[in-house]
Ligand binder design. Structure first.
Ligand SMILES: [Zn+2]
Length: 425
């Protein structure tokens, strides 16, 4: 195993490993802080010890850029210090380490993966070998501090800003150190470890498969506004901000073309013959056709969600105007309605008597919490809330819903409307 240290200025050391996430040490005035752990707790322990000796300071904080195993798997090396991560997905992370991903379960997963690979006689990459070994061995701990938006540490002379941004995952965060002009952005970017400035602009797409979306590009644009000029990705070497901008522009242009293709009704399997994508082709990217299809799938999903959001805005307008006709036009003729009092209706015609009878809506909103893209439909789980005037009183209404959407004559329509719970208060 080859560990390589890179120094960025006097106070920042990066431990790069081409098969794992970057580990970072930052010397603050009073202590050392670490960013991400990689998967290998023994490597993380060794890195921490070496840095504590080198700077003659003790570690005080670990910052986790997001809850993916390659970024927190070595967390046991830092179990005695403050561990900071995002509030988003925190509950899920706790559920994972205490239930879905206990050590026993992780061991069983790895055994199954090994069996499958042997059966199919596949080659096992070094990264996978490392993942399997440490996934079954790791002792996992929960963060001691869950950050909703932003957390600052240090003095004005050397300050660290941890900011939750989302993007690659809901819990993605960056760590920015103004005095060093450097920002650590986790997996909102990945750079080919073999190549740097001359590297393939689309490498992140090759690396992440499904983790590169519109929000990632928004985050990169936000980061461009900061005065930092060195950007350290979750995987691969540090790059200049100029290089990051080139990557962001490459993806922005690619996404625009993909959105156009989606509007033209192109299926993922029809993409390879499409010459509009040719200018994005880079022979340094492996299995180009496959990754471009995967990226297209992500773009199509996001476009679909945008369309559903527009559809719900139309519903809000209809409710406000008490326009039942326009409201019901968003439902298929044979749609079913299921209510929490064990009452249900088949066909929207019978829904007419049940239309929301709010006197006057003051404000209302839909918040979609989950979208499940299934073969022929999309299932949306979310919350609708409204403030309304009933006689002289201001009241609140809240419901948890599950909508099943299908496309009918090129328009999204609800085929099943379930209200899981509702309350008026
Ligand atoms: Zn990663």
């Amino acid at each position: 195993m080859t560990n390589k240290y890179s120094e960025i200025g006097k106070h920042v050391i990066i431990l790069e490993n081409k098969h794992d996430a970057n580990l970072i040490c930052v010397e603050m005035e009073e202590s050392l802080v670490f960013i991400d752990t990689g998967r290998m707790y023994d490597v993380a322990t060794q890195f921490r010890n070496e840095m504590e000796q080198r700077f003659n300071k003790k570690a005080s904080h670990l910052f986790i850029t997001h809850y993916h195993f390659d970024h927190y798997g070595g967390i046991s090396a830092f179990k005695d210090i403050e561990i900071v991560a995002a509030e988003n997905n925190y509950e899920q992370f706790i559920a994972d380490i205490n239930y879905h991903l206990t050590k026993d379960k992780r061991k069983k997963y790895v055994e199954k993966w090994k069996e499958q690979t042997e059966k199919q006689k596949l080659d096992i990459s070094e990264s996978r070998r490392i993942h399997w070994k440490y996934f079954s061995l790791a002792e996992l701990y929960s963060p001691t501090k869950a950050v909703v938006d932003e957390f600052e540490f240090g003095s004005n002379k050397r300050k660290l800003i941890f900011k939750v941004t989302g993007g690659h995952s809901k819990c993605s965060a960056y760590v920015y150190i103004p005095s060093e002009n450097v920002i650590f952005i986790g997996d909102n970017l990945a750079i080919d470890p073999e190549r740097k400035e001359e590297g393939a602009l689309g490498y992140s797409m090759q690396f992440y498969r499904l983790g590169l979306n519109n929000r990632v590009l928004e985050v990169l644009r936000e980061i461009e506004e900061l005065p930092a000029n060195t950007v350290v990705p979750g995987h691969g070497p540090a790059i200049s901000k100029g290089h990051m901008i080139k990557i962001r522009e490459y993806f922005e242009n690619l996404f625009e073309v993909m959105k156009k293709l989606y509007r033209e009704g192109k299926k993922p399997e029809e993409l390879s013959e499409n010459n509009k994508l040719e200018k994005f082709y880079d022979n340094k990217l492996e299995s180009w056709e496959q990754i471009i299809k995967q990226q297209y799938t992500t773009v199509v999903k996001e476009e679909t969600r945008r369309e559903l959001e527009l559809r719900k805005r139309q519903m809000l307008v209809s409710i406000c105007a008490k326009d039942l006709g326009s409201y019901l036009s968003i439902y298929t003729d044979n749609s079913e309605f299921i209510f929490p009092n064990e009452h249900s209706l088949e066909r929207k015609e019978s829904f007419r008597d049940n239309f929301l009878g709010f006197n006057q809506i003051i404000e209302q909103e839909y918040v979609a919490e989950q979208y499940h893209h299934l073969e022929n439909k999309i299932v949306e789980i979310g919350k609708y809330s409204a403030k309304f005037k009933s006689k002289e009183d201001l009241m609140n209404y809240e419901k948890k819903y599950v909508y099943s959407w299908i496309k009918e004559n090129n328009e999204w329509k609800i085929i099943s409307d379930m209200t899981i719970s509702e309350r008026v208060f």
